[in-house]
Write a protein that binds this ligand. Structure first.
Ligand code: SF4
Length: 643
């Protein structure tokens, strides 16, 4: 008897239209557990180095974990991984909703998709059966329309649809993969990869619920979460959404503003989560937003997702397309000096309709705003759009032009790094990119470990790959019990980038990496402020899988294994320590607020990189994983590839 997972992985070759069902043994599931680690196994085994990310040789893996679809909060998530068309390195992106659980109910733990279909198709999976169907009539449709058409065609309103929008079809380099028209595997351009394969959508439906080994224990853990939510560190996030953090970031000077030139935004209150809750969340006018304006993922008690509805004014917003997260209010808002929440919500709607990552899209636009304000771009470059800081209307129009690859938008659809290279004129100085991917809205000049993580992370800057510095600084005492599980008994001083901070960074990075392999939501599980801590995570894995001897250390090893495989993938593509660099802007001081004058020191950063590679047991000079480390992780076959 297997618990939690199906034991089946579906391989799809779109070129030959052939399918194969693989049934790996339990040892395989225990080694990788699912999600990102499992995806890395197939990418390294099945894809040669040096392929064109938008060519048929790229392999797209969509993977669940041994926990997906079980009756506990924060488990309905899916990893999308392939070679990234944005960075040329490994691409990896996590997304939630109901599609992940439904794929599990439909009978599979992962899809490994190869080749390229001759014409547009969609994949339908129903109760363990699968077929490719014509999607010519869906090509060009926005997400909401395509979703409705597929449900009607399959005659089942309960089908869950994962898809790309027109941006993925047109290979916008930061196009994402979407479900429910508002849940995104947003980062690293996985939607462009899916589009390059002529795969419009994957519709799933099933009734086979995964069985937990210890149902009573799992139910106890689930009930504990529901009961303790209000008193937990995520009560505010649940009620006000991730944009609740805007105020705290403003206070600490970590709110990236005017394209990362400042850590404070004078009009932050106009775009924060509480304003959204009070004004534009669905049902706010009648005080019913807690019921109507908050959405969830399968079986999650937190309900942090936003549903925004605007029926009048210049920016009407359809609630079907959800509402903005903090990253979205920040990149389209403070990055661009924009304080219009309705305009930001409209940009979010456009991204969800056309299928684009809001972080890269907003940050690319903010790069253009700085270039325009510094006189490096003119109205002739921007199709007449006035990109003066704070111009909300131009931001909304530019978002749509990018999605459609029209005029100036066609250039920005390549991402800010390629656009800067093409434009020149010194605009490279305004880039905030890491391995070609635009930075999210968390400030490395204040939270210093982010400088090391953004620079070294295999898929470019990402804010969800380790626990941020405050948990190891001023806030340490609040999380002491959970931190002890990771081996820490005390924190360090604010803004330190010392050995202790690097140890904390790597340990929490391994935990987050394990969560991306178990496909657990990082608002629900984590080492600090989250609803469940590290010990609870172990309990959930035991209760679902029946692996009674699973320990926290074993989960950390899964996380470490994934990090090593990702690094190895990049080494195969020719990347090493020379690519672990920071944008020049981060060495310049911030202006204004609590972080006025703060910057990264070059020598301190290089020394922190040395400590980081040492701690990872990677070669310090090159940043390449050593054979002994790979052997220790059961990855001798990966070491052979590197040799
Ligand atoms: S916390 Fe929010 S994003 Fe995470 S699983 Fe729950 S509803 Fe989804």
């Amino acid at each position: 008897m297997i618990y939690g997972y199906n034991g089946k992985i579906l391989h799809v070759d779109l070129t030959t239209r052939k399918f194969q069902v693989e049934e790996p043994d339990e040892a395989f599931y225990r080694k990788y557990m699912g999600g990102s680690a499992l995806a890395m196994h197939y990418l390294l085994k099945d894809m040669p180095a040096g392929v064109d990310p938008l060519g048929p040789e790229n392999v797209l893996v969509l993977a669940l974990s041994v926990l997906t679809g079980t009756a506990v909060s924060g488990q309905s998530r899916m990893t999308a991984a392939a070679k990234s068309p944005l960075t040329g390195a490994i691409g990896d992106s996590q997304g939630g909703g109901f599609w992940p659980a439904e794929l599990k109910f439909a009978g599979f733990d992962a899809l490994v998709i190869k080749g390229k279909s001759e014409g547009p198709v969609y994949l339908s999976i129903n109760e363990g059966k699968y077929e490719l169907r014509d999607a010519s009539h869906l090509w060009g449709k926005i997400t909401g329309e395509a979703e409705t058409s597929i449900k009607e065609e399959l005659g089942d309103n309960k089908v869950e649809v994962l898809q790309i929008g027109p941006a993925g079809e047109k290979a916008v380099r930061f196009a994402g993969i979407f479900s429910m028209s508002n849940r995104a595997n947003g980062r690293t351009g996985m939607g462009a990869v899916m589009g390059s394969k002529n795969l419009k959508a994957i519709a799933v439906r099933g009734k086979k619920r995964p069985v937990a080994a210890d149902k009573a224990k799992l139910s106890e853990l689930a009930k504990w979460g529901a009961k303790n939510l209000e008193d937990s560190g995520i009560a505010g996030l649940a009620k006000y959404g991730t944009a609740e953090t805007t105020g705290a970031n403003q206070t600490s000077g970590t709110l990236p503003t005017y394209n990362y030139n400042s850590g404070v935004f004078e009009n932050w209150e106009a775009i924060d989560g509480t304003t959204m809750y009070d004004t534009i969340l669905r049902g706010a006018a009648e005080g019913k937003q807690d019921r109507q304006g908050r959405d969830t993922c399968y079986a999650c008690t937190v309900r942090c997702k936003r549903v925004v509805e605007i029926n009048d004014g210049p920016y009407k917003v359809d609630p079907h397309y959800g509402g903005p997260e903090y990253e979205t209010t920040s990149t389209f808002g403070n990055y661009c000096g924009i304080d219009d929440l309705a305009a930001i919500s409209k940009a979010n709607e456009i991204c969800n309709k056309y299928g684009m990552d809001t972080i890269s899209c907003g940050a690319t636009i903010s790069w253009a705003y700085e270039a325009f304000n510094e006189g490096k771009l003119t109205l002739d470059d921007t199709d007449g759009l006035d990109l003066t800081w704070g111009n909300a209307d131009s931001m909304v129009k530019l978002t749509e032009k990018i999605a459609r690859r029209e005029g100036f938008g066609d250039l920005l659809a390549e991402g800010s790094e390629r656009a800067a290279k093409k434009i020149g004129r010194g605009t490279e100085a305004y880039l905030i990119t890491f391995k070609g991917q635009e930075a999210p809205a968390h400030m490395p000049r204040v939270k210093r470990s982010l400088a090391v993580v953004y620079a070294t992370n295999a898929y470019g800057a990402d804010h969800q790959t380790h626990e941020h510095d405050p948990a190891f600084e001023d806030d340490f005492e609040f999380y002491a019990e959970r931190m002890a599980v990771l081996g820490f008994t005390e924190g360090t001083e604010a803004r330190a980038l010392n050995k202790e901070k690097i140890d904390f960074t790597v340990a929490t990075q391994q935990m987050y990496s394990a969560m991306d392999s178990l496909n657990l939501c990082q608002f629900v599980y984590g080492p600090a402020w989250q609803l469940y801590g590290p010990s609870d995570m172990v309990e959930v894995v035991r209760a679902v899988t029946g692996w009674e001897d699973v320990s926290f250390d074993e989960l950390q090893k899964v996380g470490e294994r994934r990090l090593n495989m990702m690094r190895a993938f990049n080494v195969r593509e020719g990347l090493d320590r020379k690519n672990d660099v920071l944008p020049e802007k981060l060495f310049k001081p911030l202006k204004g607020g609590a972080s006025d004058g703060w910057k990264i020191d070059r020598a301190e950063f290089e020394s922190a990189l040395d400590m980081y590679f040492e701690r990872c047991s990677w070669d310090v000079e090159t940043g390449i994983p050593t054979r002994s480390k790979l052997d220790e992780l059961g990855l001798g076959w990966v070491a052979d590839q590197l040799a």
